[in-house]
Design a protein around this ligand. Structure first.
Ligand code: SF4
Length: 312
């Protein structure tokens, strides 16, 4: 029987961002320099494949410093950032730590600190429970920062005195704009970031999806269920016109029966998903259909971040 023809519209940029590349490299370099085990507090980036690969190389993942069995071994803090009390705790325990917080998350931490020092109450736009949000809120005293997750929260904010806002780096650009517009109406003098907090990688991946999604019958985002930027890409694809958008994390089987019913399939990957998963996805479809790949380049990225000097 003749194989079905499927066109894959592949988004570019997709996949690893500079912060993820740096965080993985920090763990690898630490393993090389200090031997194994090296402890990592929280998933270094939100991707099971990355975590499993580093486990094989000798990393041990823990949620809290108290879970570490040998305090003489190095510990690495994940790309999402940590509240101030975490490095303080490590110092109290005389542990050696390397901070893999993405420099673009650190930038948000410094903004929040600066606003706090200048007497502003801070609104953090983000998702409750995400490690980045916990890390940013933990930069300043709890009473001086509140979390706004959505438009409803923004409408209900009740603060007096000078107000500033910062945001999580991996939010939907459009949804965040709507929230900021409400805050600006409520607090005309509100201070915001000079350059927005949503990072270049989040913005670029969402832009690329917006271009392709209206042309697709189905859209797949490769990424883990706890990856904020990947989940946002699914929402962006739906909003841009492909309601049939799904997150695929490769822990379950690909829905091949569904895929081969479509002619145009959009494909991208979140900032913490390895390119190998994209290629595996394509190879799997090729078993059932003749695949024609068209890559849509919406922008070229050339961002890199330096490693901590101690690992050089
Ligand atoms: S998604 Fe953005 S903020 Fe997060 S690690 Fe990547 S570059 Fe840094």
């Amino acid at each position: 029987m003749k194989k079905k023809e499927i066109k894959i519209l592949l988004a570019e940029p997709r996949g690893f961002c500079a912060g993820v590349v740096r965080a993985i490299e920090i763990v690898e370099k630490a393993l090389k320099k200090y031997g194994s085990p090296v402890y990592v507090r929280h998933e270094i980036v939100h991707n099971k494949h990355v975590v499993e690969d580093l486990k094989q190389k000798g990393a041990i993942f823990v949620e809290e410093l108290d879970d570490i069995k040998d305090n003489t071994r190095p510990v690495i803090f994940s790309a999402h950032g940590v509240p101030k009390k975490v490095p303080e705790e490590a110092e109290n325990k005389k542990m050696f730590y390397v901070d893999a917080t993405c420099p673009l998350v650190t930038k948000v931490h410094r903004e929040a600190e600066r606003h706090n020092k200048n007497g502003y109450k801070i609104i953090l736009i983000g998702h409750k429970g995400h490690p980045e949000v916990i890390g940013t809120m933990g930069q300043i005293p709890e009473k001086n920062i509140i979390l706004v997750e959505n438009i409803e929260d923004a409408n209900n904010v009740n603060l007096s005195g000078p107000v500033a806002y910062v945001t999580q780096t991996t939010l939907s650009v459009d949804d965040t704009k709507d929230i900021i517009d409400i805050l600006k109406k409520k607090f005309p003098d509100i201070r915001g970031p000079i350059k927005e907090d949503i990072c270049y990688a989040t913005t670029n991946r969402q832009e690329a999806v917006k271009k392709i999604a209206p042309l697709c019958d189905m859209f797949f985002v490769i990424g883990s269920r706890n990856s904020s930027n990947s989940k946002r890409l699914v929402e962006v694809a739906k909003k841009a016109g492909c309601i049939n958008a799904e997150l695929i994390n490769f822990e379950e089987k690909l829905p091949i029966e569904k895929i081969i019913n479509y002619e145009k399939v959009g494909l991208t990957s979140g900032a913490s998903a390895p390119e190998k998963l994209v290629q595996d996805f394509i190879s799997e479809i090729k078993k059932y259909a003749n695949v024609n790949i068209e890559e849509f380049v919406s922008t070229n990225e050339n961002v890199t971040f330096k490693l901590p000097a101690i690992l050089n």
